[in-house]
Design a protein around this ligand. Structure first.
Ligand SMILES: CC(C)(COP(=O)(O)OP(=O)(O)OC[C@H]1O[C@@H](n2cnc3c(N)ncnc32)[C@H](O)[C@@H]1OP(=O)(O)O)[C@@H](O)C(=O)NCCC(=O)NCCS
Length: 310
């Protein structure tokens, strides 16, 4: 009889062979257990959680209102195991009250596990978001920008400019990923920016002739305590939360200039690396971030509504 611990152990050994940047462990949350068998008779398992993101919560801006998340335990059977588990999940969902609108099924899985990717695609899930990482190396030499673009740290007095630029990013992201521009987005973004600008989190503004044209909102994350959904190796990480350049200033080197300032600071702070989330269908960020030294570690696969899982 295969136990859950055996599946976790085999899975973690596979992850380590696939990608040395993955954490050593795979903690799972409490939730609904699922068990399935591959066509060859091997047992796989998973835990399903249900999260609701009601109106007025920050999470409602980047997730559906009702999210079912599967934490697979596949041992050494990424493709057949994932396929069998998705089929069991679909059957389980039939007996649940699943909202037809604003709901999602999601699986966060190592980006390099292409065997599992095949089964996820066949299940109707799409790779909507990536957690990407960058080593703490100094940025490449930067070609000075023409004109009068300057970069400085933002403070509480810059709240209006930071919120305006963050909302531009959300509008763009809502076209190419899992984010949704909800009616209360301006209020939620303002509250989040206010907290950040009063904290030790670094935020940079780029200005052209004194007018704010871009923002990079960053922070620090301590990944020392493993918890469910834990995705990073231990240590202090820099987190790039939001980078947004005004539409008319994109493609002129402003984003690169901002990230040079950010990466220099990350190196000085001695972090183990920096990370961020981007949407693979975003035609700007999917090019920009790899050029900045980031590469996918975990991919969030989603299908909306949750009833569309197949
Ligand atoms: C993604 C985004 C932040 C990138 O910022 P950007 O200012 O447009 O990017 P840059 O202009 O610095 O870089 C884009 C290209 O222009 C080039 N470039 C053009 N003129 C340049 C100049 N004068 N100096 C240096 N680079 C220049 C850069 O080299 C880069 O090309 P490369 O990747 O081949 O090197 C920005 O496009 C944006 O805000 N997009 C919408 C919101 C979004 O997607 N945000 C990210 C969410 S994760």
């Amino acid at each position: 009889m295969t136990t859950a611990q055996e599946l976790v152990r085999a899975q973690c050994a596979r992850f380590a062979a696939l990608d040395p940047q993955l954490p050593d462990d795979y903690p799972v949350p409490r939730g609904e257990p699922l068990v399935a068998r591959t066509p060859g008779g091997d047992v796989v398992a998973g835990i399903v959680t249900r999260t609701s993101n009601p109106p007025g919560t920050a999470q409602s801006l980047w997730q559906a209102a009702c999210v079912f998340e599967l934490f697979p335990l596949l041992g050494e059977h990424p493709r057949e195991g994932m396929a069998a588990l998705l089929a069991a999940w679909r059957d389980w969902l039939r007996d649940q009250r699943v909202p037809e609108r604003d709901s999602a099924c999601s699986v966060v899985w190592p980006s390099r596990d292409v065997q599992a990717a095949r089964a996820l695609l066949d299940g109707g899930l799409t790779p909507l978001s990536c957690l990407a990482v960058r080593p703490p190396t100094p940025p490449d030499r930067f070609t000075e920008l023409r004109g009068t673009v300057t970069v400085r740290r933002a403070g509480p007095a810059d709240l209006d400019a930071v919120v305006e630029l963050a909302l531009l990013e959300l509008r763009y992201a809502a076209l190419v990923g899992s984010s949704t521009y909800r009616p209360d987005a301006p209020r939620l973004k303002r509250a989040a920016a206010q907290v950040r600008l009063h904290s030790s989190d670094p935020v940079w503004l780029a200005e052209r002739g004194g007018v704010p044209v871009a923002v990079a909102e960053c922070g620090w994350v301590d990944a020392d305590r493993p918890s469910a959904g834990h995705r990073l190796r231990p240590g202090t990480w820099a987190y790039v939360n939001c980078v947004s350049v005004r539409e008319q200033d994109r493609g002129s080197g402003v984003g690169q200039r901002l990230m040079t300032a950010a990466h220099e600071e990350f190196v000085r702070a001695g972090v183990v690396g920096s990370f961020l989330h981007y949407n693979p269908p975003n035609p700007l960020s999917s090019v920009f971030w790899p050029r900045q030294g980031y590469r996918p570690l975990w991919t969030t696969w989603e299908v909306r509504p949750a009833t569309a899982l197949r």
